[in-house]
Design a protein around this ligand. Structure first.
Ligand SMILES: *Cc1c(COP(=O)(O)O)cnc(C)c1O
Length: 369
């Protein structure tokens, strides 16, 4: 179950060598060798023309929206089943998020059409738990209406849809490298894109506008400090080099846990869409028990971390912190999230630990009233 020790050892040796070399150097205020190398390696690995390395997934979303000029007075259509970071990124630009109902990773295209209006500038599907909406249809929808398609692919590293990597369909695909995501580096994030002008603007935005993009006069734009630090880039490069293994491991872990709870009454594995080559981001179970959110919370108390029980995942219209935005209710997304047990799995989970998690889930479900 655990990654083959030889590739972990190789990754460690390379990363430690680079780190030692970095520490031996006197601090270089504009040193970005590893961040730029990570970008080149990402673009090569995922077949895009460009990649932009950043400090987090939220930074990637904010930089992508800002670099396409989205801001005050604009609306961004976003999956109803999303995380709070997606909405924060939209609000940071001054634009308004407009929730589109969604369930099981799929978007409600009728709701999408009903909410598209002249203020709409972009569609931001969120590939929750590594599953995605019909991306071919969504790409065509956006192209027909001149809308930007920006994917929140933070949980979809390694998923393919119709054979193509999630996060490479739209104008920009945004990813996180926070621990627990597939390609982890402690913190960090990145954008994949084929649009060179956009990549330059996003990179400029990530360093206070100090490196103006072509066509942008120096000092004409404000930005943020969203750079990927060099030590983080060293770890990210190490994990990108063994990405196939990380992906295969996550899939095995998810399969293992799902197999171990296959016959528990009240819990049914959620099957991904057939067009999807799913990354297995998290074991997903439909909870057909009374008070499913309480059930998830009870599991979290016993050390089985999960999206509802640990992170309180719910639709944004129900979050007190976003009440002032008047976000629309998304009934399908709400029912979906309320009854989905998404177990948090990471690289360190051994087969024995997965078996222990399965035992806790099984016992809790058997005695749940
Ligand atoms: C993790 C995550 C983010 C934000 O990533 P950070 O690196 O924590 O800022 C955004 N969207 C989704 C769907 C995520 O899973």
């Amino acid at each position: 179950m655990n990654p083959t020790t030889s590739t972990v050892a190789a990754m460690r040796a390379t990363a430690l060598g680079r780190m030692t070399e970095l520490l031996d150097r006197s601090p270089d205020p504009v040193g970005d060798e590893h961040a730029r190398a990570f970008e080149a390696e990402l673009a090569d690995r995922f077949g895009t023309a460009h990649a932009v390395a950043l400090s987090s997934g939220t930074a990637a979303l904010h930089a992508a929206l800002a670099a396409y000029g989205i801001g005050d007075g604009d609306e961004v259509l976003v999956s109803g089943a999303c995380v709070v970071m997606t909405l924060v990124a939209i609000r940071l630009t001054g634009a308004m998020p407009v929730l589109v109902d969604s369930a099981n990773g799929e978007l409600d295209f009728d709701d999408l059409a009903a909410k598209t209006n002249p203020r709409t500038k972009a569609v931001l599907p969120v590939h929750l738990a590594g599953r995605c909406a019909d991306l071919a249809r969504l790409t065509a929808y956006c192209a027909d209406r001149g809308l930007r398609l920006i994917e929140d692919a933070c949980q979809a590293q390694g998923t393919r849809y119709d054979g193509r990597w999630a996060g490479t369909f739209g104008d920009a695909g945004c990813f996180s490298a926070k621990d627990g995501k597939l390609l982890w580096s402690g913190e960090g994030g990145y954008i994949l894109t084929d649009d060179g002008g956009f990549a330059a603007r996003a990179r400029s935005f990530a360093t206070h506008g100090f490196l103006p993009a072509p066509g942008q006069p120096a000092g004409s734009r404000l930005g943020h400090n969203y750079r990927m630090p060099e030590p983080v880039a060293i770890i990210a490069r190490g994990n990108l080099a063994r990405f196939d293994e990380l992906l295969a491991l996550r899939r095995r872990q998810t399969r293992h846990l799902l197999d171990a709870v296959a016959h528990v009454p009240g819990l049914t594995p959620i099957q991904p869409d057939a067009r999807l080559d799913w990354n297995g981001y998290a074991p997903l179970l439909r909870v057909e028990l009374e008070r499913p959110r309480e059930f998830c919370a009870r599991l979290a108390e016993q050390g089985v971390a999960n999206s509802v029980g640990t992170y309180g995942l719910t639709t944004a219209d129900r979050l007190p912190s976003l009440q002032n935005l008047g976000l629309s209710a998304c009934p399908a997304a709400r029912a979906d999230l309320d009854t989905t047990l998404a177990v948090v799995v990471h690289e360190g989970h051994t087969e024995a630990r997965l078996d222990e998690m399965a035992r806790i889930i099984t016992e809790e479900a058997r005695q749940w009233r």
